[in-house]
Design a protein around this ligand. Structure first.
Ligand code: PTT
Ligand code: SF4
Length: 623
């Protein structure tokens, strides 16, 4: 059965090398069986890029995909997925950014854009219902994101949706991200570098077409009901006051606040950079993504003569650019965050590689000779800002750190790998897991490397019991991966209404029904999510050419050293416990002891062709 609305029915395929574009029909199969966002992204990348493609070559494809609820009156539906083979991990990479881009793209008549090839000189794409313009970006190449956005809006439309890179992406910093609307970031896994490798400064969309909807009255009714539910929910006021930054105080209380390159789980100055301090002293404005009734964007202004900045702040930014570097001054964190946003580099990876460099310096693994005299000690704010600049410009040791913590640690050697905090090459985000085995498992098995996007089980684990080792833990990781990494990444709507304010999940099938006219149950969506997970895993295996369970291990630091302070003092992850949880996880997913999906699992999801592909490259699959 065809759908009646929600999806607009067309995918734009752009070839930058030829400066040409074509339209591809959104088939019934793609819509119904892969939903959108991450579902379409992995299907396209698996089927269309050649195995072992260099992620920064013209042969890598970028997929920018909305979902069936994007741009409609659905709470917090202004998100869009940006995906490609990741230059940081060499596996599947994506990010999810909240901006007006998705809505404007759909109003231009497209559900997704696939960008192939490489432009000869810098360009930006301008997409409208009239077609695609390849506009020169030579005048903005080298400029920061903020200025670029201003110029592009002047050259196009004030309300256009924008996805922009800064010098970080142009210089192919492996964790360069894509930015929009002064502080929205997407693509932790180096999607900004993929833009840069294609000489693509920005993608801009502006549309005026109506997005079809199967039952407009039903949609309106559901929207109002949902909006009221959200704004009346317990915790609403605190949420719009503090947003994700409230996590600082919680992490400090439970001893999971990353400090000194994930050596400690508490930070003496945590409360100076927490949610309460932010609201009292630095918050100036609240902003949000499109159609969001619970806006969480904290716009802060610094209050120091020396450190002047104006930025949108989230928890991860405080954790990685603050405590992880031993910096307890909001003014400095604001300036570092502002620099990262303007240059278009991921704050999480940036703070992680800088923390790593500081620990290397303090341990003598790198010296003044390597840093050109920069005293890279924890808490040294001037050094941190200088180092950030060196990374973006790829100067001196910054050039090495711009490759990410895995590559940098391998090059430095002398045991540096033991203090590199990453999984599969993606730097760990803001949760120290010395005493949180289920959260460590969530990082270990995340589909893009160490990100909390899919299975933020840490709050549940603290309630359930960090010391417990049973099947409930891998089951919870999988449940969250289905909902967060699966459903929300395919619908491309924000997951925070559900997580933070308890907005019920069964609204999403209802919204799908009024938007598309199609019936979905949550279980059907979760089965599609499991299929997407299996295909993402197959993509990694194909790209690496082999697989071993060690790739699903958390950073060795959590096994080998213990924090000395706070609730997690003395705690180390136990290898035996982790292996036990990983075995249970693999079993529940239908994967073998090495983390390779079994033939029966792939067949269950209709991925029979993957069996042949993997066998062709010498992978042995169990029945
Ligand atoms: C996301 C990652 C996060 S996750 C944060 S803070 W977080 C960092 N923010 C950065 C930033 O800011 N500037 C910068 N230069 N780099 C940054 N890197 C980091 O990127 C974000 C919110 C947040 S704030 C979170 S948890 C939720 N993430 C969602 C998601 O992934 N999917 C989804 N369906 N809904 C989500 N809702 C929430 O959105 P990545 P955003 Mg982001 C300044 O992009 O690559 O996925 O990494 O999207 O629009 O900024 O919203 O405490
Ligand atoms: Fe955007 Fe925050 Fe609203 Fe989510 S809750 S849609 S991140 S403003």
């Amino acid at each position: 059965m065809s759908w009646k609305g929600g999806w607009v029915g067309k995918i734009l395929v752009v070839d930058l090398s030829k400066k040409s574009y074509s339209n591809m029909e959104l088939t019934k199969e793609l819509a119904r069986d892969w939903i959108g966002g991450r579902g379409w992204a992995i299907k396209w990348l698996y089927e269309n890029i050649k195995p072992k493609t260099d992620p920064l070559s013209p042969m890598n494809d970028l997929v920018i995909a909305t979902g069936p609820l994007t741009g409609l009156l659905v709470p917090s539906s202004g998100k869009v997925v940006i995906a490609a083979k990741s230059p940081l991990t060499n596996g599947y990479g994506d990010g999810n950014i909240g901006s007006h881009f998705g809505y404007q793209l759909k109003q231009s008549g497209y559900d997704a854009v696939i960008i192939r090839g490489k432009a000869k000189t810098p360009v930006y794409l301008y997409i409208t219902p009239n077609g695609v313009e390849f506009r020169s970006a030579e005048h903005i190449w080298g400029k920061g994101v903020f200025e670029t956005e201003y110029i592009i809006r002047r050259e196009t439309e004030k309300e256009a949706g924008t996805l922009i890179i800064g010098p970080g992406g142009e210089n192919l910093v492996k964790f360069a991200t894509v930015m929009s609307e002064h502080g929205r970031a997407g693509g932790r896994t180096g999607m900004g570098a993929v833009f840069g490798s294609k000489n693509l400064k920005a993608v801009v969309a502006y549309g005026w077409k109506t997005i079809p909807v199967a039952d407009p009255d039903g949609l309106l009714e559901l929207y109002w009901e949902s909006k009221l539910r959200i704004i009346k929910a317990e915790g609403y006021k605190k949420w719009i006051d503090q947003g994700t930054v409230m996590t600082v105080e919680w992490c400090q209380e439970v001893g999971t606040f990353p400090t000194f390159n994930f050596s400690e789980g508490v930070f003496d100055d945590a409360y100076k950079i927490g949610g309460e301090a932010m609201v009292k002293e630095y918050k100036y404005l609240r902003k949000g993504c499109m159609s969001c009734p619970m806006p969480c964007g904290n716009v802060l202004i610094s209050k120091s003569e020396k450190w002047r900045g104006f930025v949108e702040m989230d928890y991860e930014n405080v954790a990685l650019l603050g405590s992880n570097l031993g910096i307890g001054d909001y003014n400095v964190v604001i300036v570092l965050n502002q620099y990262a946003d303007d240059m278009g580099v991921d704050t999480i990876s940036l703070g992680n590689v800088m923390g790593f460099a500081m620990e290397c310096y303090e341990k003598g693994l790198i010296t003044n000779k390597d840093t050109k005299g920069l005293e890279l000690k924890f808490g040294n704010a001037e050094a941190a800002l200088k180092l950030a600049e060196m990374i973006v410009k790829r100067e001196g040791i910054g050039d090495l750190l711009a490759e990410g913590v895995r590559a940098a640690s391998e090059k430095i050697g002398k045991g540096a790998q033991k203090i590199a905090v990453h999984v599969k090459g993606l730097e760990v985000s803001g949760y120290d897991c010395h005493g949180a085995p289920a959260m460590a498992l969530a990082y270990g098995t995340s589909e893009i490397g160490a990100h909390h996007k899919s299975a933020w089980v840490i709050a549940w684990e603290m309630r359930y019991g960090r010391e417990k080792v049973d099947k409930a833990k891998p089951d919870k990781v999988i449940e969250f991966q289905r909902i967060r990494g699966g459903m929300f990444e395919m619908l491309t709507t924000c997951r925070l209404p559900w997580i933070e304010l308890g907005y019920p999940l069964d609204y999403y099938p209802k919204f799908l029904k009024v938007a598309t006219g199609l019936d979905f149950t949550l279980d059907q969506i979760y089965t599609i999510a499991d299929k997407v997970y299996a295909l993402i895993r197959a993509f990694w295996i194909r790209e690496y050419g082999h697989w071993k369970r060690e790739y699903d291990y958390p950073p060795s630091k959590w096994f080998e050293t213990a924090p000395t302070k706070g609730p997690s003092a003395g705690m180390k992850l136990s290898k035996e416990v982790y292996d036990n949880l990983l075995d249970m996880y693999y079993e529940a997913r239908g994967w073998d002891k090495n983390g390779i999906p079994r033939k029966s699992t792939l067949k269950k999801y209709g991925l029979d062709y993957v069996i042949e592909d993997l066998e062709k490259i010498g992978i042995t699959l169990s029945e």
